[in-house]
Design a protein around this ligand. Structure first.
Ligand code: SER
Length: 326
């Protein structure tokens, strides 16, 4: 175990944070990884395995207090408002996503921290971007406020690398599918909700059309991509905060059919809402050759393997009566 790190994870209670935090604790030691959440209550496991702090990333003093108290040298900055929530509250999305990121980068710059991870997203792309094998270098004109903050975040991160020599790195995550903590407020959330319905024996009404294809990734690959990028030799990195990463792409109907192979009685219908327009402005497949070449990225899970694994994990929780977090 490498012990030379003192890590802060913002957004630790969220979908990615709740699994990235334990992975970081396994690597660097429980006491060396501080989980920070804001409104959502942390699970007992997250709170008890190591330090937990309440942090509002829009309040710089909150970040300074925790970074100083724990002598933090590395920040995984996951706290953010996702695409659908952002469209309901653009001001909130700007304040959390931009204000929060600026605070994190400034605290990191002033204290000369070792590394900062800043996630971007497929939401950085827009309707003028090629939707098939979306290139690493391409048109970035998103139509959502979430996407606007992601493009600005990529540029701001790259700016801190060049201007201040701060080691900032980031990926354009596709939709992330996971069994531990459901996502909230995103356009790709259907791909997680559908599994909860299937294991509960319920019909699922999808908020996207059946032929909507989006890039997705299973959580173990998301964790691997994040840690591999952060541990990559900086000498090999031509990009910094904007790496395309791909794992799988499927339509909502293809996912439902894959679930039906395991749960033949499962029924999915489709009632597109305002999130359809967001999905239609995003890529369908991603060209991730830069990530492959610069730090050896390669996904493990495809649609079949992910679906089987999700159903095993959620099915076991359903049987124990612990499908939903308390
Ligand atoms: N999963 C996110 C969303 O749907 C995209 O980054 O908003």
């Amino acid at each position: 175990m490498e012990n030379a790190r003192r890590v802060l994870v913002t957004g630790a209670v969220g979908q990615i944070g709740s699994e990235l935090t334990p992975a970081l604790r396994a690597r660097y030691g429980n006491e060396n990884v501080v989980a920070a959440g804001h409104r959502t209550k942390p699970s007992a496991a997250l709170r008890e395995a190591g330090p937990f702090e309440t942090v509002d990333v829009t309040v710089r003093a909150d970040l300074e207090r925790v970074v100083d108290h724990y002598a933090i040298d590395t920040v995984y900055h996951l706290a953010a408002i996702l695409s659908a929530t952002g469209e309901r509250s653009p001001g909130l999305a700007w304040s959390v996503n931009m204000g929060g990121l600026y605070n994190v980068l400034e605290v990191a710059r002033e204290r000369k921290l070792r590394q900062v991870f800043v996630p971007s997203s497929i939401a950085a792309f827009g309707p003028e971007t090629p939707r098939e094998r979306t290139p690493q270098e391409t048109v970035l004109r998103p139509r959502t406020i979430y996407g606007v903050t992601k493009v600005a975040g990529e540029l701001l991160g790259d700016y801190y690398v060049r201007r201040y020599g701060l080691d900032v790195r980031g990926l354009r995550y596709p939709g992330i599918i996971s069994s531990e903590t459901p996502p909230s407020g995103g356009t790709t959330d259907y791909a997680v909700e559908i599994f909860y319905a299937a294991v509960e024996g319920k019909r699922y009404t999808c908020f996207l059309r059946e032929d909507t294809v989006l890039p997705m990734m299973y959580m173990p690959d998301c964790i691997k991509a994040t840690l591999d990028l952060m541990e990559a030799d900086p000498a090999g990195l031509r990009h910094r905060c904007d790496f395309n990463v791909a794992a799988m792409s499927f339509s909502a109907e293809e996912l439902a059919l894959e679930i039906q192979k395991h749960v033949p009685s499962f029924v999915c219908d489709y009632r597109p809402d305002s999130r359809q327009a967001i999905a239609d402005s995003w890529p369908q497949t991603i060209d991730d050759r830069a990530a492959r070449a610069e730090w050896g990225w390669k996904a493990t899970f495809d649609l079949e393997a992910m679906t089987a694994d999700m159903l095993v994990h959620l099915g076991a929780r359903y049987k124990k009566g612990t499908l939903w977090p308390r």
